[in-house]
Design a protein around this ligand. Structure first.
Ligand SMILES: [Zn+2]
Length: 236
């Protein structure tokens, strides 16, 4: 007796249907973003994002609490302003690279816990070579609250994206270096490095951000939509 060979077609259709249902349900079950927040990469596809607190390359030397997600979130208003900065830079073969934007409160709490453990100095040579860990609080490098939790602050630099190669402009220090040399107008860095900082600051201010004088990379939208809210949501 010859067995009837079943056509693979119905199985394929069932498989596709299951996959479709899986994708549909996953998107329904995924945490929705709170009203007013957007995924920065979706808003500005050409922007470069290196979420350093999600990696080992930050002052703690390990991923920070609350950064299990891989997406960079920010308020809609801040994203719209950044889009204009990006467009202006793009015309010159330049662009933005973002290190951090929205930061849940639990991440800031994690910084505080880390700062109290003075024995853990794994990343001292890279991020706070000239500051004693016990002084990070008193000198204002670590605080119990951060404007980043309000969703309209961003840490970023300028990259040259010409010829398909992306390279950070030389700003005189690495992002998140705790020290006076990170002040935007610090005179110990070269004129070219100061000019690069000035370019970033000028463009950010043009589109509604204010600079923080102690960190060349940090900016906050002046008309931020949530000036009093410190969020703690996690978006996967
Ligand atoms: Zn910052």
């Amino acid at each position: 007796m010859q067995l009837e060979r079943r056509s693979p077609l119905p199985r394929l259709i069932i498989k596709s249907l299951l996959l479709y249902l899986f994708v549909l349900f996953s998107s329904v079950l995924a945490d929705p973003l709170p009203e007013g927040f957007v995924n920065l990469k979706k808003e500005i596809p050409g922007i470069e994002i290196e979420l350093r607190y999600a990696s080992d390359d930050n002052f703690l030397g390990r991923p920070v609490e609350g950064y299990e997600r891989v997406s960079c979130l920010i308020t809609k208003e801040a994203a719209e302003a950044l889009k204009k900065v990006q467009e202006e830079l793009n015309a010159f073969g330049l662009g933005l690279k973002v290190f951090d934007a929205y930061r849940p409160q639990r991440a800031v709490d994690d910084f505080v816990v880390w700062a109290k453990d003075v024995e853990d100095r794994k990343m001292k040579a890279y991020y706070y070579p000239d500051v004693a860990k016990k002084d990070l609080f008193s000198q204002g490098y670590i605080a119990a609250r951060s404007g980043h939790s309000r969703g309209s602050s961003v840490d970023l630099t300028i990259i040259s994206s010409a010829k398909g190669v992306s390279k950070e402009l030389d700003m005189g220090t690495a992002w998140d270096l705790f020290g006076p040399q990170s002040w935007g107008k610090d005179l110990s860095v070269t004129p070219q490095q100061r000019a690069n900082r000035m370019l970033l600051q000028t463009l950010m201010q043009k589109y509604g951000f204010k600079a923080l004088k102690e960190e060349w990379w940090h900016f906050t939208l002046v008309d931020e939509p949530f000036p009093k809210n410190y969020f703690d949501f996690i978006a996967k």
